[in-house]
Design a binder for this molecule. Structure first.
Ligand code: SF4
Length: 392
């Protein structure tokens, strides 16, 4: 079984206008040296929760991990190794970096410490649009960061954000020209999502244009041999993010740090637990051998099934009904099959290569497709096998 560790670094150069992660501008919270101490305490105290797990991936996300001194990242990698989670030749070790927060010296410290994948928060190569998002970096700084990584022969990815306020197709085309120029091994493309009354919702491309932008991105990426393997993620074949795949394939992961979430499959439907998003509370809890009861939930059959369907449909591999039968039983697999057939009739999914996956229209209307494979406790209780299902 694969296993991943996520380390949350909640520090950023600025708070971007659209961001809803638990992050802070560096001046707003305690010094990062103190936060590092809390992470090290948590690693020591909770390593026992994942005994004998081999590390498939380690991911430093946030926030902007690259604004911490690079040595801190290496200290965390060493602490994890001491706690029983050494990285090995196949472990994917990713750090998210903001353009202009990494230099040649810090790159070498990361690389020598075991980091082998760099994920750059590029967003767009248009300075006006970057300013509207509240990002402090410039397009030139992004290009300098990407030029540097491309010259180092390392695995890297970058994020593109589209459907930004005032963004035109011409601006998107010019972002995509730069994608083609860099032709990175991996790219994530996200449609901006903000609530209707958010200041950034004004002036955004209309819904049909957002969908056309989505299609244009896929088309251009395909020309660069970057293939969609999840709704928002594209890669050259074999360069998919191992870490993200863990989340989408029901594998265990341990989230360390403020607000980080963890998941452990078990003989029933698995357990989720999470750290507090209050720094004071996180500090109080960091040395405890487990999280408090209120930050833990045992998944019930309908929740696990819904998660399984949604994460499978997000991937281009789609829903594998045979695997589902093994995990949830044949009766459930047949219930899901019925739903997939309805979605097929509506043109939202197709059966291909042993899986049921979203069609292009299904990608556009993914919320509608997800709704069809969202299950309630009552619904599963009506199945003849429900006593076994519910008490597993
Ligand atoms: S840099 Fe990233 S994590 Fe930090 S505020 Fe901006 S979008 Fe959020």
């Amino acid at each position: 079984m694969a296993f991943g560790i996520y380390v949350h670094i909640p520090y950023c150069l600025q708070r971007c206008h659209y961001c809803d992660f638990t992050t802070f501008a560096t001046s707003e919270i305690r010094p990062s040296s103190e936060y590092l101490e809390l992470l090290l305490r948590e690693i020591k105290a909770r390593a026992h929760l994942f005994p004998a797990a081999q590390l498939t991936s380690l991911y430093f996300g946030g926030g902007t991990p690259s604004i911490l001194p690079a040595e801190n990242i290496v200290t965390i990698i060493a602490a994890l190794a001491n706690a029983g989670f050494p990285i090995h030749a196949d472990t994917e070790v990713t750090i998210e970096i903001n353009p202009a927060t990494m230099n040649e010296a810090s790159f070498r410290i990361y690389r020598d410490g075991g980091v082998n994948r760099f994920s750059v928060g590029a967003q767009t190569f248009d300075d006006d649009l970057l300013a509207r998002c509240g990002r402090k970096h410039t397009a030139l700084q992004t290009r300098q960061t990407l030029d540097f990584l491309a010259g180092q022969n390392v695995n890297y990815s970058f994020d593109l954000l589209f459907a930004l306020p005032g963004q035109t197709f011409v601006q998107l085309e010019s972002d995509l020209e730069l994608v083609a120029k860099y032709n990175p091994p991996h790219l994530s493309a996200y449609c901006l999502t903000v609530p209707a009354n958010h200041p950034m919702s004004a002036g955004r491309p209309a819904d049909p244009d957002q969908l056309r932008m989505f299609d244009l991105i896929e088309e251009r990426l395909q020309e660069s041999k970057l293939i969609r393997y999840e709704i928002s993620n594209f890669s050259r074949p074999g360069w998919e993010s191992k870490h993200n795949l863990l989340y989408w394939t029901d594998q265990p992961y341990w989230g360390i740090g403020l607000s980080a979430h963890s998941y452990q499959p078990d003989e029933a439907y698995g357990v989720r637990f999470w750290n507090s998003n209050s720094m004071q509370e996180y500090e109080r809890q960091a040395t405890a051998s487990d999280v408090p009861h209120k930050q833990r939930e045992r998944l019930r059959a309908h929740e696990a099934l819904t998660d399984y369907c949604h994460t499978s449909l997000r991937r281009s591999a789609g829903v594998d009904l045979s695997a589902m039968g093994l995990r949830f039983g044949e009766e459930i697999a047949s219930l899901v099959r019925g739903r997939l057939l309805s979605l097929q009739a509506a043109g939202l999914v197709e059966s291909a290569g042993g899986g049921w996956r979203l069609t292009r229209q299904g990608v556009h209307l993914s919320n509608q497709a997800f709704l069809e494979v969202t299950f309630s406790a009552q619904e599963l209780a009506r199945l003849p096998s429900s006593p076994n299902l519910l008490t597993r």
